[in-house]
Design a protein around this ligand. Sequence first.
Ligand code: SF4
Length: 463
Amino acid sequence: MKFASSSLLALAALATSSHAFTPVPIGHRLFVTPSSSLSLRMSTEVTDETKKATKKEKRLQYMKSPSFYRQGFKDVRPAVEKSMEDQFKSSLVDELKSSNFVIEKDGVKVHLAKDFGFCWGVERSIALAYEAVEHFPGKTVHITNELIHNPEVNDRLHEMNVQFIEKLGEGKKDFSKVGEGDVVILPAFGASFEEMSLLNSKNVDVVDTTCPWVSKVWNTVDTHQRKGLTSVIHGKYGHEETVATTSFCEDYICVKDIKEAEMVADYIVNGGDKEKFLKYFEKAVSEGFDPDTMLNKVGLANQTTMYKKETRAIGQLMQKAMMKKFGPVEAKDHYLEFDTICDATQERQDAIHELVENADSLGLDFILVVGGWDSSNTAHLLEIPQKAGIRSFHINKASCIGADNTITHRTIKGDIVTEKFLEDMDKKVVMGVTSGASTPDKAVQDSLSQIFLLKKVHSGSDE
Ligand code: SF4
């Protein structure tokens, strides 16, 4: 055990001390009264350090259990590979890739972003989940959440008779239907520490499909906690991935965008109305959060699918705030940052940036973004053309494009709206297309086919 020796040292220090020691809980941190000696303070820090390390230690312990599976099941792999290919592959997207990401068909010219669609973390998660279902025939298989934010994949899991654990609201779920000997799949964005502990206490097989990039963020917040830093998490506090990440923290605050990060930076530098601050961040902070003491040392982490430029800007904001408060020399002891934006998110954002930058020269009428409406990384892809003032739509499936030339799409504010789609049926349509990291190529193909058909029917073209 990594911390056994330091724990023993701490206990020994406490046992041999003759000083009065009164730990005063403030929030859930321990502060030592001024009468404590240096050695006692050190021992308290060690005890605190031990406490802070416990969640990661426990998570690693759970993962070592023989009923915890992370590597999939080779016996069923070939069959699963074949089924995934049949379900997700697209000949149209293959054609686009082999023709320099451009095709023209039925009066529609399509420019495909250079990076798009399924990331390896999602493909891996689906493969592990499908393999689990095949490997445990006859067993009841549950999943703690949607595997990924994609309607087709989740429908397929329903067809395979996978039971989705019911959400009870406020982040709680009903695990009562999980019985002894069942199998439980953890989705790509992971499961909270509490869920992992609960499953560990039940006699079940756990198949963990958590993306390694998400675990990397968990390791990052663990480092913050060990170093006595508060994690500032760029993410939506209610998103499953962020819920899991915060469950591995002791002290944290979630900021969903630069505006909220500015509020935190302002509090770091100038202080402020604590009550008002805590009211605003009520659901986004750890229990007992005290901005007066817990924002003195912070580390940055993020939900892996956030807009990377915004995460960087938030990092710079925090750094500047620490420089203002503690001076340029001391600032480095008050702020810590690791790059935890996953490559897949970054590459897809860069690729749509490229489309946006070339929109005029390509003559794009609009950009179509395909992906689940709950998918955070897909929503961020939409923000890039929207911010550049380019007509753009986020649809979750082909049926969003109506035969009456309407499109039902999700706006950046999250509203689902329907409007007229193609503006001039007599003119050639030139469009850009991309898809989120949880979107199969087949969904892009189906959406494009719908547009080809729409244009063909309405323009009466026989091309
Ligand atoms: S988007 Fe990134 S973090 Fe999310 S599943 Fe894919 S590779 Fe993993």
